[in-house]
Ligand binder design. Sequence first.
Ligand code: PHE
Length: 350
Amino acid sequence: MSELDKLLASCLYEIASCDDLKKLDQIKNAVFGKNGKITEMLKALKGLSDVEKREIGAKINAVKDTVNSRLNAKFVELEIALQEKKLASEFIDVTMPTPLHRGGTIHPLTKVMEEVSDIMVSYGFVLADGPDIESEYYNFTTLNMPDHHPARTMHDTFYTNMCADEHGRKLLRTHTSPVQTHAMLTHKPPFRFFAMGRVFRSDYDATHTPMFNQVECIMVDKDVSFANLKWFIANFLKKFFAAPNLSVRFRPSFFPFTEPSAEVDMNYEIKDGKMVFGSGDKWLEIGGAGMVHPNVLKYGNVDPDIYQGFAFGFGLERMASLKYGVPDLRNYFESNERWRNKFGFSYVTR
Ligand code: PHE
């Protein structure tokens, strides 16, 4: 057996019996590395005649090719085996029941969103949507706040450094009211829409967070009056707080996008240190409401001589806090596991 045949045989044997990627690398180095056996043989060709070089060189190259292809095949085989071993050790049986004490909970805000949706949908309202990053045009102009209107400064707006376009600067929407315009522009009246989502204002304390959630509602038809608004809000809140005797009070207020405008209060009393809604003579503000301003209807391509509308906007965290007794608004967004276990809801018993 020639030296070359011996080398080939021993290489193939070593490769075949190798079961470890590191070892395989060592085998490769011992053959093809700087001082590897085949490397040395190729170097030794230098001193030979052209004829010998051609003859022996071809043989060495044939061995080289065989060893190389076996090595590569083995690398692939070992890598796949390693991968499979890893997958097997990380196997999760998704059919196993969750250990409830360690499982996730439904966030109170999610729960409230589901409850609000159920009520809205039961009254024929359809969910509408709009972007979190709005333009000045939709957040302000279409809501009857022209350029330089002082009401624009009522909201502490976060402006982005994105390029302004024909709709002005880009900002994080300060309320969900721009969804009113988006909904009007894409639908023909009569319609009833509601929207829920994040809004942003530069504010931070126990009752204000820079990001919070609102529910917005708009109904447009030929015969919509303030009486409809009052009835609807009262019923909505009675259902939401499961308080059939709840009283609702409308205080005159100002929003540029509604006329007349009101702030909505609910009655409550404190019993055993807890707020109870629907009894007592204390009042708590829940949000803003009013008849959609004719200018807002016009921006939405709705003829104010034919149609009227009502709208309101409430804070969802506030509704959740009142219903479920969550004290500090900031906790909603801190992902604290103990807080979630205390105020979250079970997936099973909801
Ligand atoms: N957009 C108002 C706010 O964020 C709430 C509102 C909505 C008031 C609709 C009237 C009508 O304060």
